[in-house]
Design a protein around this ligand. Structure first.
Ligand SMILES: *[C@@H]1O[C@H](CO)[C@@H](O)[C@H](O)[C@H]1NC(C)=O
Ligand SMILES: *[C@@H]1O[C@H](CO)[C@@H](O)[C@H](O)[C@H]1NC(C)=O
Ligand SMILES: *[C@@H]1O[C@H](CO)[C@@H](O)[C@H](O)[C@H]1NC(C)=O
Ligand SMILES: *[C@@H]1O[C@H](CO)[C@@H](O)[C@H](O)[C@H]1NC(C)=O
Length: 404
């Protein structure tokens, strides 16, 4: 009888475990709001939009600095975009709870930070050296700073296993690279960034086109670029060559929107967006449609998915997408899209252009295989949970066997 009760208990713990794997979203602003000594740090995470970056990532470690430490950083009078680089060095794209932190394999490791991951850092700047030291200390240092370890672990503020860990460190990580004055946004070389980050084919089209100046002129005021992968562009080349020069320009302009849209912003605004090719109402626009973590861009002809971020340096951001965006103004809806949207939309977008987020999503296109690392990490994490679930099931089963 007792054993039966025990197995029932195990059964329930199994259910709890499973449900916990579906509620993963964290909110760094809310986590730090409970810790007034980190209010300045929290404030600047929001101002720099890094809070959005932290919230959308999984398997992440935030190295938090208390108000006194932040004051020493603010005394340097860095611009907001430079401060963003410095703070992004404090967000590690791997999970270190207090326990893992004190048991690093071989006692030392280099961890990639968001500063590195967003493409803003040069060379090895953007990696953080984490080293176990004598007496249970853990030291941190920016790699471009000779790996000299000048900041130390203080305490764990909050941990959600293999999702987010928030750790206090004794002082800000100093890095010449992160603190270097950021180039004015207009000095950002769109073509070179795209070429280096896996969008060479699209960059080559843009380089040779009259569309390029329009992209460059928009950077200051905010620009979001959707860059199709090389294979998508290469497949499209025969059709591109078939377009007149003016239509080629329109097609390229169709891949930019004249505002800065972080991924978090894209995820929370469903609806029609105007592009750089838009002239007048309802021309050359497309619909942003979310489906959980996926952001889809729907023209009437094709549906593309965002598969990665090339650079996110407010006010300029570029994403990689898995298909060339084909505007209905240039391509027939029927001839290219049969597999994309077999069923007609039940809900038409209304005059304002906003689309109900509950409108039926189109059948999933290919391209889900080109996922971001953090998604993979989240899957690994789920894999670990599945392992635990299996073990519990096995245990429960053995006990039932004993009872019989
Ligand atoms: C996170 O929490 C803050 C404060 O509670 C709230 O203002 C903000 O909207 C939340 N963000 C998200 C993405 O839920
Ligand atoms: C630890 O050190 C050994 C021997 O130097 C090396 O082969 C191994 O790759 C190191 N492991 C890690 C995770 O750095
Ligand atoms: C981290 O820095 C320490 C001290 O400078 C150095 O001994 C160690 O090799 C560095 N670790 C890595 C992985 O580079
Ligand atoms: C190019 O245009 C012609 C005439 O409009 C059309 O017949 C042909 O199929 C097009 N080729 C491609 C590759 O789209």
């Amino acid at each position: 009888m007792k054993l039966l009760t025990f197995s029932t208990l195990l059964f329930f713990s199994l259910i709890i475990l499973n449900s916990s794997s579906t509620t993963q979203a964290h909110n760094i602003t809310r986590i730090l709001a409970n810790h007034p000594d980190f209010s300045t740090y929290n404030h600047y995470l929001s101002v720099t939009h890094l809070a959005d970056e932290i919230n959308r990532r999984r398997t992440i470690t935030v190295l938090a600095i208390n108000n006194a430490g932040m004051q020493s950083l603010l005394d340097k009078h860095l611009s907001i975009s430079t401060l963003k680089n410095v703070l992004s060095l404090h967000i590690l794209v791997d999970y270190f709870g207090a326990i893992k932190l004190h048991h690093i394999t071989n006692g030392t490791t280099l961890v990639s930070s968001v500063f590195q991951a967003t493409g803003a850092a040069a060379g090895t700047a953007g990696y953080v050296n984490v080293t176990n030291l004598k007496g249970g200390k853990v030291g941190f240092g920016a790699e471009d700073n000779d790996g000299s370890l000048h900041s130390f672990y203080v305490k764990s503020i909050d941990e959600v296993s293999y999702d987010i860990s928030v750790l206090q460190i004794s002082q800000p990580l100093s890095s010449a690279d992160a603190e270097a004055p950021t180039s004015a946004p207009s000095a950002i070389n769109v073509i070179s960034i795209m070429s280096k980050q896996g969008c060479k084919a699209f960059a080559d089209l843009l380089r040779a086109s009259k569309a390029l100046p329009t992209f460059e002129e928009n950077i200051d005021g905010g620009l979001t670029v959707f860059c199709p992968t090389d294979s998508a562009v290469n497949d499209f080349i025969p059709k591109y060559k078939n377009l007149t020069d003016a239509k080629k320009v329109s097609l390229l302009l169709y891949h930019g929107i004249p505002v800065y849209e972080s991924l978090q912003m894209l995820k929370s605004t469903n609806g029609v967006v105007n592009t750089l090719a838009t002239e007048g109402a309802n021309k050359y626009d497309f619909t942003v449609q979310n489906n959980g973590e996926d952001v889809k861009l729907q023209t009437k002809v094709v549906t593309a998915s965002i598969v990665g971020t090339l650079i996110d340096q407010d006010p300029f951001v570029a994403y990689k997408i898995n298909k060339v965006l084909l505007p209905r103004e240039l391509f027939k809806v029927s001839e290219l899209a049969p597999a994309e949207s077999p069923k007609p939309s039940k809900k038409k977008s209304n005059k304002k252009g906003k689309v109900d987020s509950s409108a039926d999503a189109p059948a999933d296109g290919p391209g889900a295989n080109d996922e971001a690392d953090n998604q993979k990490a989240a899957d690994d994490n789920n894999g670990a949970k599945d392992g635990v679930t299996l073990m519990i099931m096995f245990f429960t089963f053995s006990i039932w066997f004993l009872v019989l």
